[in-house]
Design a binder for this molecule. Sequence first.
Ligand code: IPM
Ligand code: MG
Length: 369
Amino acid sequence: MPTLKFAVLAGDGIGPEVMTEALRVLAHVARQENLRLEPTAAEVGGIAIDRHGRALPDSTLRTCEAADAILFGSVGGPKWEKLPPKEQPERAALLPLRQHFTLFANLRPGLLYRELADASPLKSERIPDGIDVLCIRELTGGIYFGRPKETTTLADGDLQAVDTMVYRRSEIERITGIAITAARSRRRKLCSVDKANVLETSVLWRKTVTAYVAQHAPDLELSHLYVDNAAMQLVRNPNQFDVLFTENMFGDILSDEMACVCGSLGMLASASLGAGKNSLGLPFGLYEPAGGTAPDIAGRGVANPCAQILSAALMLRYSFGLEKPAARIEAAVKQAVTGGARTADIAFGQKAVGTAAMADAVIAHLSAD
Ligand code: IPM
Ligand code: MG
């Protein structure tokens, strides 16, 4: 029986409650598919600051190292907002995790079911079939991690801060490789986003992407957009894109825009894939919902667990190579939602169900198929 060893980092806010439901769905699938789950819980984020003095304690890192994947909830909240930025949960937990495991490929599927078109701020007639775009963001390079990164006092007493945007060709090639693989299982269209009219890193980005796709994937359609234009096109007509891929900071911004265009953050999952392989020879990865801790609704049992459940499905697919159970979970979420089970964020006047009832509906559809 295949064993799925994964670290469970539920974190803060709604993290623990949606994580409970994702684990319940996973347990159900595991029984049906004859898989053995071996989750190990560890603390991360604000709760880890409170209990261990650090957002990412060594013990948590060790738990992650011993696992084949990380199922992540969310970190942060008002309680820790007064800490210096470098110590805040988001920055002090997520960025070191990404760096430690070289989680260079961040996949954010922007998916909006046709039946939920009302959730999008776009007019429904612009998205008659819903939305289906995959945003791929380079996650361990660029201005987030480049050195120098510092604030200094100049001779005249003025203050100056500097961040450094840096990319190597090899970093651009490996993220392009991920985008190619993804496009081959979708509509075979790649759009690379940069700012090659201004930035040196973007000139290298565009040149490298063009050469790499010509050599490894001449069968795919490749286009390039400047990031300002891409931001505009995403709201004008999101479905002109199939796979959109870009560097770290542009991806941070565009993926939030895409999440907004897709309506509820409560439905969006993500996968951050590592350069290293896990004990199964598959990519080590961190899987997390896009929505964050939602402190305003935390602890009330009303949060939408779908993004966390769908993140668990991505974990099955990428880090455990279990396509069938992953696709079954995705289908069950879709059936549950389109069949009328809706948490408050996607209810639009219909009767809203709570977190556990939403997961129950997913489980019911898993049992029925
Ligand atoms: C994200 C977040 C993080 C980022 C923050 C919390 C550091 O915005 O995952 O998109 O900027 O990468
Ligand atoms: Mg972001």
